[in-house]
Write a protein of this length. Structure first.
Length: 120
């Protein structure tokens, strides 16, 4: 395993639009924990967008320019982790690591993921 939970990575992230399935190089956050043995070499990712967002929903986590978390993330501009936009992909398609979120940030992400997935 090259990548860990909390890593911000770039990969050809598949997404579905009205025009069909497309892929673009996009940032994503690894949310799966690989400290336990797994059958396959897959990672679970939450999509990250830098599209202008007027307000943050309960299922989102903002990484704002000028903050320590932004610097650690390696992102180019203010972005939002979309905890309702999850994807499982083979680790091999990840192009590279940009940065890493802190344990404190990942604790916040965990709470948002639980909310998004309906877990208590």
């Amino acid at each position: 395993m090259i990548y860990d939970r909390g890593d911000v990575v770039i990969l050809p992230f598949p997404f579905i639009t009205t025009d069909g399935v497309q892929q673009k190089a996009r940032p994503a956050l690894i949310v799966s924990d690989h400290s336990i043995e797994r059958r396959f070499n897959d990672v679970i990712l939450a999509g990250i967008t830098s599209q202008r967002i007027d307000y943050i929903k309960q299922t989102e986590f903002i990484i704002e320019e000028g903050t320590d978390e932004f610097i650690r993330s390696g992102l180019a501009k203010t972005s939002v982790v979309r905890c309702e936009y999850l994807m499982t992909v083979p680790e091999e398609i990840i192009a590279r690591k940009l940065g890493k979120l802190s344990g404190q940030d990942m604790h916040k992400i965990d709470k948002i993921l639980k909310l998004s997935l309906g877990l208590r």
